[in-house]
Design a protein around this ligand. Structure first.
Ligand SMILES: [Zn+2]
Length: 433
């Protein structure tokens, strides 16, 4: 059961970390600080500690190009300095995976307590079968739907959740790097739970997007892998009617079209890629509504490369949307339930999945950097349990044993058609090894 928490996981994680440190940018920072300092000074930046990729691309005799096709940063067209600047690699590939709702009902934390011997909560066995698929990609995202406020605040179930910190430990151990904390359950247990959760995510080295601990604080995540930077932004449609206290709006990012658009544009001016998490849609609807479509389009029009949707608790399809620079962005409208204990008899609420893709940054002949989304794959997952015990997320295949006489082979095909209906090239299911 716990095999994937063993040696290979540790080795993978070490590799994952190291790759993040050894980008061309890191190497450049060591050797070309003076060049950067001069260029940054020209460009009006204030820090040389983290040279901005957009400023580092210039070659002798040409203006330093923009970091992306998006215009508007005239300060970046600084004249090059006399000494030649090294170029970033012609091509950089970073793999990304994303899963949907991690919603810890009472039966799940009681199961974890049982598995922990009654004295502690052990959620790790629940992720063991899928951990390698979360660990392998360079960056992995999950929606932490029930806030992990910890046991000191008292655990709670539907309708106002509070989950143990150990959920975070299990996600971290499985390979999750980034979580969204912006969803309709963020305010379930008030400010104390949000702050406790943010502190814990921070402590274990998982970046939380969608909430800030204080006004003006960070509510997005920016990571670097192989010298490529990615910013994650997260928003929710609401908080189940629980008012966000006045002056505490930083605790949860609510969907606001103007804000989303300006946040994405600002993120694009600094990062290579922007990924937007949206908690939206109608629960238990397998197709996106007009509002979801319109918000996804807004995000892509503003510069997002990937939109990760969740909240419906069932799977909704993927789609390419055209980007302003003539490319295409990937949207998944709902990633389903990754771990939850909703009505056991409703098969579709036990279905989630792991979306994976590659973000590919290329240096064009004009010195311009572009990022494309390639190799999308969706591996459906199934929440296995019986009598509300032994929860386990497993890859959903034609052979998965389902309750109630449901044919796994038929469902597997049904969901292949469902998820790929607008994106026939989406690879579906486990890759053949
Ligand atoms: Zn939700």
């Amino acid at each position: 059961m716990e095999k994937s928490a063993g040696f290979s996981q540790t080795a993978n994680r070490a590799a994952k970390r190291q790759e993040g440190r050894l980008g061309w940018r890191a190497a450049l920072a060591k050797t070309s600080v003076a060049v950067f300092a001069a260029m940054l000074a020209l460009a009006g930046c204030t820090s040389v500690a983290e040279p901005d990729r957009g400023h580092a691309v210039g070659t002798e005799g040409s203006a330093a190009p923009l970091p992306s096709a998006e215009a508007g940063a005239s300060s970046q067209t600084a004249k090059p300095t006399a000494s030649p600047s090294p170029l970033p690699p012609a091509e950089t590939r970073v793999s990304l995976a994303a899963v949907g709702d991690v919603l810890i009902h009472g039966s799940i934390y009681r199961d974890a307590l049982r598995r922990g011997g009654g004295g502690s909560y052990d959620f790790k066995p629940m992720f063991a079968e899928v951990a390698s698929m979360l660990e392998e990609p360079d960056v992995t995202f999950a929606n932490s739907e029930s806030i992990i406020g910890g046991t000191a605040l008292g655990l709670s179930d539907y309708p106002r959740f509070n989950s143990p910190h150990e959920v975070g430990d299990a996600l971290k151990a499985a390979g999750v790097d980034i979580v969204s904390t912006a969803n309709n359950h963020t305010m379930d247990r008030g400010e104390a739970a949000v702050l406790s959760a943010l502190e814990y995510w921070d402590k274990i080295g998982v970046c939380a997007a969608g909430s800030a601990a204080e006004a003006g604080g960070r509510s997005s995540c920016t990571l670097e892998r192989r010298g490529m930077t990615m910013t994650f932004l997260a928003y929710t449609y609401g908080t189940n009617g629980i008012a966000v206290p006045a002056g505490k709006e930083h605790l949860v990012n609510l969907i606001d079209r103007d804000r989303i658009s300006s946040d994405i544009r600002a993120a694009r001016s600094k990062a290579d890629a922007v990924i937007v998490s949206l908690h939206f849609g109608n629960e238990y609807q397998t197709m996106p509504n007009e509002e979801q479509k319109s918000l996804a389009k807004l995000a892509v029009d503003s510069g997002a490369h990937v939109v990760l949707g969740h909240h419906a608790h069932v799977l909704q399809p993927t789609e390419w949307l055209p980007t302003p620079d003539g490319g295409q962005a990937l949207v998944v409208y709902s990633l389903g339930n990754f771990l939850a204990a909703q009505e056991a008899a409703k098969f579709e609420r036990r279905l989630g999945g792991i979306l994976s893709l590659e973000l590919v940054r290329r240096l064009g002949p004009d010195g311009r950097l572009t990022v494309t989304v390639e190799k999308p794959r969706f591996v459906p997952t199934y929440i296995e349990f019986s009598a509300w015990k032994n929860f386990r997320i497993v890859p959903f295949t034609k052979e998965t044993k389902l309750e109630g006489g449901i044919s796994a082979a038929a469902k597997y095909e049904e969901y292949r058609k469902h998820m790929t209906q607008w994106m026939p090239e989406l690879a579906y299911g486990l890759p053949e090894r």
